[in-house]
Design a protein around this ligand. Structure first.
Ligand code: KG4
Ligand code: ZN
Length: 390
């Protein structure tokens, strides 16, 4: 089958991303981030993000086309994130994509950002031009998808489906996805990535990334919190303190025969409170707060409960292949423990390289290519961005 050349545009938060794929092969992933401008505010400021997209879009597009060695005329379809995300930020990407579609006459696909986070796992494992060893930097370069995706962790998992998972729009049966981001923590069964995705479990309060960001603030580690805690945790003792694992009590989990109401669900707000109490206790005693130990113990609690419930959901629902996606999928301990537990449970895990975990255009292009290959009709140019797309 013809492998469509698809341009993907992402602008839902602080990253302006343009990615280009041919079918399931990544050609380039160019990202410009405005995070530096938000850090001092302790969170992404929508107005600043929108303006930054406006500045960054054209140069990012030009760089992506140059790196992929293609022109706009060569492109078969354009895909753009239509939501969820910041309304003003989404509008910049959607408006640019519509203009490109009208000017070039190419079909345009509206893409759900969250589905794209897991759809990126469908890119194949071949190294790409200009980056033969994979594991590319987050910006300005083609991102390789070889098993180098697991790189520094030294895991034995297979990296992205080198077998061409998702080629021609066909997915393996029994495919699941663990989506762990700043706004979502979900375990999904994917029958068709285009339109048949069932949620098996999710967080009932904070998302995992949100918990990382809130705890990082508590510990004075700044924003964004995930990478800061990940780094500091390496110097701490995760066993020094034991934080609660939410929704793991028998009344919530139940048994296989009689599942509890939250068998595959997570809760992270109690954990955040437990960390706050712990810090207060050290301060009340006039002792130094062991920030690295708290970071390590917090991370262990999050990762332990995410991976144990995800693997439970996979085993009990016959899921044998799992895609890991979302910003928190960049977490070193999550990558490590998910790899270990999936391998012990006989589940094949597909982990994107770090550069494809955080927001990027390649994931949008990858999902767009799936839609083209599955023969789905384009969205046209009349759709509006939807900041709260489910
Ligand atoms: O997927 P994403 O870019 O945003 C949403 O679409 O929601 O994820 C951003 C989240 C932030 O909460 C950030 O702290 C977290 O991902 N994150 C991490 C790491 N890198 C990013 N969390 C833990 N460890 C990391 N290394
Ligand atoms: Zn995201």
């Amino acid at each position: 089958m013809h492998q469509p050349l698809v341009l993907g545009i992402e602008s839902s938060c602080d990253e302006t991303g343009v990615g280009i794929v041919r079918g399931t092969t990544l050609l380039t992933n160019t990202v410009s981030s405005s995070m530096d401008e938000h850090v001092r505010f302790g969170g992404v400021i929508p107005e600043i993000a929108s303006r930054a997209h406006l500045d960054a879009f054209v140069p990012t597009l030009q760089e992506a086309l140059h790196e992929a060695g293609v022109t706009l005329e060569d492109i078969d379809a354009i895909a753009v994130t239509s939501g969820p995300g910041l309304a003003g930020a989404l509008m910049v990407g959607v408006c640019a994509a519509k203009a490109l579609a009208v000017a070039t006459g190419k079909p345009l696909y509206a893409i759900n950002h969250l589905v794209a986070h897991v759809g990126v796992g469908l890119l194949d494992g071949k190294p790409v031009a200009g980056n033969p060893d994979g594991g590319a930097p987050a910006s300005g370069g083609a991102a390789g998808l070889a098993s180098a995706g697991l790189g520094a962790d030294g895991l034995g998992a297979d990296g992205l489906g080198a077998d061409g998972l998702g080629a021609d729009g066909r997915l393996p049966e029994n495919l699941g996805a663990l989506l762990v981001s700043g706004g979502h923590t979900e375990i999904l069964r994917i029958r068709r990535i285009t339109d048949d995705v069932e949620m098996l479990g999710s967080t009932i309060d904070d998302a995992a990334g949100e918990a990382y960001d809130k705890v990082a603030r508590l510990l004075g580690l700044g924003y964004p919190g995930g990478p800061a805690i990940d780094k500091l945790a390496k110097q701490g003792n995760a066993k020094a303190i034991r934080f609660p694992r939410g929704l793991t009590q028998p009344k919530y989990v139940g048994t296989v025969e009689e599942p509890g109401p939250h068998r595959y669900d997570w809760s992270f707000s109690g954990l955040k409170t437990a960390v706050a109490r712990c810090v207060e206790q050290f301060e009340a005693r006039g002792e130094d707060v062991p920030v690295a130990d708290i970071a390590a113990a917090f991370q262990e609690a999050v990762v332990d409960v995410i991976t144990s419930k995800a693997v439970l959901a996979c085993r009990e629902n016959g899921i044998t292949e799992l895609l890991l996606g979302g910003g928190v999928a960049a977490n070193s301990r999550l990558r490590e423990l998910t790899g270990q537990r999936c391998s012990a449970a006989g589940i094949t895990l597909h982990v994107p390289p770090l550069s494809l975990c955080t927001d990027n255009g390649a994931m949008v292009a990858a999902l767009g290519a799936q839609l083209v290959m599955a023969g789905i009709d384009p969205s046209g140019v009349a759709f509006a961005p939807d900041s709260s797309l489910p």
